[in-house]
Design a protein around this ligand. Structure first.
Ligand code: PGA
Length: 248
């Protein structure tokens, strides 16, 4: 049985004060959640969030990590810094990082290696652009992203990676993929994983859908065979929405 995960990606939102207010309001509302609940605050809010989340059922995630242990990398955050804060999950290769911050399939692969070395669960984001979808290149793009991300990752480690399928055209646009389409594509992703490793690995990997997930879309999404959870952006920073998504 695969784990179900509802993960909130706060992106570049929330000061320290806003973080405190949000989490104090959220925690009692999601304490009976049936899924694993994860919040991914910006780096500046991680330490505070870590304290507030202690003893709760909500896990801490980070939005990025650097692929080196330490050194002269101005502006970067190392795996040890995150380990120290009690981070469990790290989002890797989000399309916004690929699009605006030069993240490549190669850096994604290095970061996944680093996450696994430090016993984090990487949350690998993959997804096609509208142009790639319309030119029928979706399967090719997803296959490339996955094969490169898993390069030289052992079978045992591969099972610790969470994959988030996030079509770029659905992120922050209010256009969500239909549950049926998302399920089909995630089933395709399982086939790609099965081709790299085997069926057992592909059936063990937790796979999320992301892209305009809202309280009124989550129930159907969660009923699909291949979808194990959601990576939520915009709706994860509105307490009432995130609560309804978690308690779908
Ligand atoms: P969205 O973002 O829910 O606002 O579309 C999802 C994501 O980028 O992870």
């Amino acid at each position: 049985m695969r784990k179900n995960i509802i993960m909130g990606n706060w992106k570049m939102h929330f000061t320290i004060e806003e973080t405190e207010e949000f989490l104090n309001s959220l925690l009692p509302k999601v304490k009976n959640a049936k899924t694993e609940v994860v919040v991914c605050p910006p780096f500046t809010s991680l330490a505070l969030s870590s304290n507030i989340l202690k003893g709760s059922n909500v896990k801490l995630g980070a939005q990025n990590v650097h692929f080196e242990e330490k050194g002269a990398f101005t502006g970067e955050i190392s795996p040890n810094m995150l380990k120290n804060l009690g981070v469990s999950y790290i989002i890797i290769g989000h399309s916004e990082r690929r699009m605006y911050f030069g993240e490549t399939d190669e850096t994604v692969n290095k970061k996944i290696h680093m996450c696994l070395k430090h016993k984090f669960n990487p949350v690998l984001c993959v997804g096609e652009s509208l142009e790639e979808k319309e030119s029928n290149n979706m399967e090719k793009v997803l296959t490339r992203q996955i094969e490169k991300a898993f390069f030289n990752i052992s079978e045992e480690d591969a099972k610790k990676v969470v994959i988030a399928y996030e079509p770029i055209w659905a992120i922050g646009t209010g256009k969500t993929a239909t549950s049926f389409d998302a399920d089909n594509i995630i089933s395709f992703i399982r086939k790609v994983i099965s081709g790299i490793y085997n069926k057992e690995v592909s059936e063990n990997i937790v796979m999320l859908y992301g892209g305009s997930v809202k309280p009124n879309t989550i129930k159907e999404q969660m009923s699909m065979e291949n979808i194990d959870g959601a990576l939520v952006g915009g709706a994860s920073i509105v307490v009432e929405d995130f609560e309804r998504i978690v308690n779908f």
